[in-house]
Write a protein that binds this ligand. Structure first.
Ligand SMILES: Nc1ncnc2c1ncn2[C@@H]1O[C@H](COP(=O)(O)OP(=O)(O)OP(=O)(O)O)[C@@H](O)[C@H]1O
Length: 370
């Protein structure tokens, strides 16, 4: 077992009601979530939703207007950024260009007044952890982008932080390299067990790294859950459309029986969802379903809507169809492609059978806004 793994201090991070504004504009409002000791959580959301603001507040780079940040047993309100024991990696967190790789990694250790001999041993340990043995005497400019980011990770964990914060750490790297570094980071984090919060707007990165996702939109948290739960059981329309792809149909609740709800759609079409929704008759609703929950058929049947095929595109193992309903609404369906899967011609008239078991319903747009 590595030395650092024995001594790393696992702590739980608790963010409680954090609110912050720049000027008069609220950037984040009442944000609360926990990262359990040793857990990786991803903070995910579109540009400008407030992710970096939350991270900066945790790091102590800004003082939130309200709320508490607790690491282990300590409220960090009056703890300086330096004294928080947090390691950080940013997308453009440049290494010191005039210091060697070893000196860069040793820098935080010198700040922590770690004795020289121990510093040297720790640098060697870090270099081997990020698989850069033999690179200690190079300057940052003599490394590739991916190697530089690995040095930044080594520097962030060298001081044995109890929390690691990563802000779009691989954002500047190409896709293949990103993936390699994600796998490495995951391995490293599992070895060290450091409580880790990663900020990203890349949902694949979030899902491949994190045990739980915190989904932010416009300064608020919309859902905190495992990647699977967020995909399968989105709590809001935003989450449903932000994670994965979703088809949207606007409809009206027409009626119920004990076990189903009838939804009226444009052009006198309808869908019967196999459960009783908690909307009143006449409510406008947005019905959503994933492309893989639509099956194309040549036969009319219940819950199958007539569509024209715009285009069908084979994408590796799948076949993706762009479709259009009679009222002009676009739909997408996807199916696993086998050797005998027929590819429909553009303009083909088919029926899109929707798996109503998997549909979600959210409050819809009012009729006059259409
Ligand atoms: N220093 C600042 N001064 C004024 N407004 C700011 C400042 N920093 C951020 N903001 C605003 O606060 C909001 C949240 O910004 P933040 O950087 O936290 O978002 P983000 O989710 O990290 O975005 P991105 O993914 O683009 O980095 C945005 O509307 C942004 O314009």
């Amino acid at each position: 077992m590595l030395d650092i793994a024995k001594t790393a201090d696992r702590k739980r991070l608790s963010v409680r009601g954090v609110t912050h504004s720049y000027g008069g504009q609220n950037a984040v409002s009442d944000v609360s979530f926990d990262v359990e000791a040793g857990e990786i959580v991803a903070l995910l959301g579109p540009s400008g939703c407030g992710k970096s603001t939350v991270l900066r507040a945790i790091a102590g780079l800004i003082h939130p207007k309200a709320g508490n940040i607790i690491l282990g047993d300590d409220d960090l309100a009056n703890v300086s950024a330096r004294a928080r024991g947090i390691g950080m990696v940013f997308q453009n967190y440049a290494l010191f260009p005039h210091l060697t790789v070893a000196e860069n990694i040793a820098y935080p250790l010198a700040c922590l007044k770690v004795p020289r001999a121990e510093r040297r041993a720790r640098v060697d340990e870090m270099l081997s952890l990020v698989r850069l043995q033999g690179y200690g005497n190079r300057l940052p400019r003599e490394l590739s982008g991916g190697q530089q980011q690995r040095v930044a990770v080594a520097r962030a964990i060298a001081g044995r932080p109890s929390l690691l914060l990563l802000d779009e750490p691989f954002g500047a790297l190409d896709r293949a390299l990103r993936f390699d570094l994600q796998v490495e980071l995951l391995h490293l984090q599992k070895t060290l067990g450091i409580t880790t919060l990663i900020v990203t707007h890349d949902q694949e990165e979030a899902q491949s790294l994190a045990g739980r996702l915190v989904l932010m939109n416009k300064g608020n948290i919309e859902q905190t859950d495992t990647p699977m739960a967020v995909y399968d059981r989105p709590k809001t329309l935003f989450v449903n459309t932000f994670i994965g792809q979703a088809n949207l149909l606007q409809g009206t609740v027409v009626g119920f029986d004990a076990v189903s709800t009838l939804i009226g759609l444009a052009n006198e079409k309808s869908l019967r969802l196999p459960r009783r929704l908690s909307f009143t008759v006449g409510s406008r609703v947005t019905i959503t379903f994933r492309p893989e929950e639509v099956r194309l058929s040549t036969q009319p049947m219940e819950n199958a809507l007539p569509v024209d095929v715009t285009v069908s595109v084979p994408l590796g193992p799948s076949l993706v169809h762009d479709l259009v309903l009679e009222d002009g609404t676009g739909l997408r369906s996807s199916e696993v492609r086998g050797p005998s899967t027929a590819i429909p011609e553009p303009g083909a008239q088919l029926f899109a059978e929707i798996d109503t078991m998997r549909c979600h319903a959210f409050p819809g747009e009012p009729e006059n806004s259409q």
